[in-house]
Ligand binder design. Structure first.
Ligand SMILES: Cc1cc2nc3c(=O)[nH]c(=O)nc-3n(C[C@H](O)[C@H](O)[C@H](O)COP(=O)(O)O)c2cc1C
Length: 236
């Protein structure tokens, strides 16, 4: 998409989404207004905007006023343990990493680093740290590392590096799901081997890894505790 197209279309789309997100007094989502295309655009641009708006509008209607239903996404994200060999293009990978970068962190310290492993030899080396074939054969492996000494620490000494790193990984796995890609949190690895293979400097710890790729194996059905087993209102 060229920049004029984006410049013209995005604000319209954002306004449309904003309008679509409006709820009436019954809690129903409503499209309250659809902005008109700006004047003095050339015919092709206006036609493109029209097509784009039609596509987006259809999506909004199909999704009952929301361009992405978060609960659908959370339900769809499942551990994928089998990947197609297809490589992941840089733009797509960039989106996943951007989702991690945007994650919140305690006191906004962002004590994380994301290592992308694509080199065949290094992926094979990671087999030493976590031996499952579906893991090291995935086209990409993302390793979330944390710097505990840079993370926020609570008054009682609790260090939040692991919480922060986990949120970043969660953002990335959800974004990957949104893009049709599979992931699987990996915590059961040998950290000393990961440190060596990825040449991590002193003070940087590997927290969690995930393969990333087109799903090549069906996800297992979700098993979760019922809400009434884990919910407490007001007190324990
Ligand atoms: C912190 C963490 C560590 C995990 N480590 C592993 C792992 O080492 N190997 C693995 O196969 N799955 C691992 N998982 C995936 C869990 O087994 C999986 O998320 C859980 O069974 C729920 O299934 P779902 O992800 O398909 O919803 C891990 C998940 C988390 C959150």
């Amino acid at each position: 998409m060229d920049s004029i197209f984006l410049k013209n279309t995005l604000p319209l789309y954002q306004t449309l989404v904003h309008a679509a997100a409006h709820k009436d007094k019954y809690g129903r989502r409503r499209i309250v207004s659809i902005p008109l295309p700006p004047r003095s655009r050339d015919e092709n641009t206006i036609r493109s905007i029209g097509i784009e708006m039609f596509v987006r509008y259809s999506e909004l209607i199909r999704n009952k006023g929301s361009p992405m239903n978060f609960l659908d996404l959370a339900t769809k994200r499942s551990s994928v343990r089998g990947f197609a060999p297809d490589s992941i293009d840089q733009a797509t990978l960039g989106k996943v990493l951007e989702a991690g970068r945007l994650a919140p962190s305690a006191a906004n310290h962002q004590p994380w680093h994301f290592i992308v492993v694509r080199d065949e030899l290094r992926k094979q080396a990671l087999k030493e740290a976590y031996s499952k074939e579906w893991f090291w054969k995935a086209p990409v492996i993302i390793v979330v590392c944390v710097e505990p000494h840079k993370a926020w620490t609570r008054q009682d000494g609790k260090n939040y590096a692991a919480v922060d790193g986990a949120i970043a990984m969660d953002h990335m796995t959800l974004c990957a799901t949104d893009l049709g890609l599979g992931t699987c949190w990996i915590g059961a690895f040998d950290p000393a081997k990961v440190k060596r293979i990825l040449e991590l400097p002193e003070g940087i710890e590997p927290l969690v890894m995930s393969p990333l790729g087109k799903p090549g194996a069906p996800a297992l059905p979700k098993k979760r505790k019922a809400l009434d087993q884990i919910m407490h209102y007001e007190k324990w």
